[in-house]
Design a protein around this ligand. Structure first.
Ligand code: AMP
Length: 292
């Protein structure tokens, strides 16, 4: 694949028409990085991977109201477009699509993309409507951008699987690329929501990673009982009084169905609240990233 040098400046577009016009003259292949803004080093890693593989890098910044099942979570989601654009410029992004809500969901918009079994458990069960919102907006962005490849974080492992299923089923020719989770030195996965953690909760938050690693350690030592692995995670989380556990899961790496025994590829995952801030993380076991 020949990769042509990218455009020298970052252009910021707010409407579908502007995006369409810019894409008409953009060198291919196109790499798409969908985000909700408040960019951090996790997003940067996706952008860098896109930059290394695509002639044109498109970053979308859109806090999608349809994927928030709790209204307050949407209104308090952190936003700083000026800072995000500076990061995009530094990373050599060609096009930033930062539309207002009505540009993505114009008046009369009345379609929902609902993915089946893989969207059901875990985040799908904990956040009703979340994956419909994600799949719907990503289908729109895939349609608008027509990228050869789109980059997503393994931190949201189930989201990657849901989007892959959606793209396959709807015959969308954009390849879904999963990128490794970027972490703070103490193991906390970078997330825009980390900004809401006060110092005590921030000190407590690496317990997610510690719980996952405790279970991974037990699995590496030969433990195959999914129940025992869940118990290892719960035990580690119990040591942290600020951690309010929503779920721990040991699921099949392809279907995300909860397991009794871990015999093939599996996904350890958890969701934990610290006050009103909800954090998730995961760790694949065996045979590469799930759905990868
Ligand atoms: P968000 O802006 O939170 O919707 O995330 C946009 C994309 O960045 C999604 O594909 C996320 O999975 C990905 N992402 C978020 N945090 C991380 C991280 N710590 N490491 C890698 N990718 C991430």
């Amino acid at each position: 694949m020949t990769v042509t040098p990218h455009l020298p400046t970052t252009r910021v577009l707010a409407t579908r028409a502007e995006l369409r016009a810019a894409l008409a003259e953009a060198p291919r292949p196109i790499g798409l990085v969908p985000t909700m803004g408040w960019l951090h080093d996790g997003h940067r890693a996706l952008i860098r991977q896109a930059r290394s593989e695509a002639a044109t890098v498109v970053v979308t910044i859109f806090v999608n109201p349809r994927q928030f099942n709790v209204a307050a979570d949407y209104t308090k989601y952190p936003r700083n477009e000026a800072r995000d654009l500076e990061i995009c410029r530094t990373e050599g992004v060609d096009l930033v699509f930062a539309p207002p809500v009505e540009e993505v969901f114009p008046p009369g918009f009345d379609t929902t993309v609902s993915v089946g079994a893989v969207a059901g458990p875990l985040e799908g069960a904990a956040r009703p409507g979340h994956f419909e919102g994600v799949a719907t907006v990503v289908a729109i962005l895939f349609g608008l951008v027509g990228a050869e490849r789109a980059y997503f974080g393994q931190k949201d492992a189930q989201q990657v699987m849901v989007i892959r299923q959606m793209a396959r089923d709807l015959a969308i020719p954009t390849a879904v690329v999963a990128c490794p989770t970027v972490r703070e030195p103490d193991g906390l996965a970078l997330s825009s929501r980390n900004v809401h953690l006060d110092p005590a909760k921030r000190r407590a938050a690496p317990v997610l990673r510690q719980a996952l690693l405790a279970a991974r350690g037990a699995w590496e030592a030969g433990e195959r009982s999914a129940h025992a692995l869940r118990e290892r995670m719960l035990q580690a989380l119990a040591a942290e009084p600020l951690a309010d556990v929503e779920y721990v899961s040991v699921a099949d790496g392809q279907t995300l169905a909860e397991l009794d025994r871990v015999d093939g590829a599996a996904l350890l995952s958890l969701a934990v609240r610290f006050g009103t801030t909800r954090l998730i993380d995961n760790e694949p076991l065996g045979a590469g990233p799930p759905g990868g």
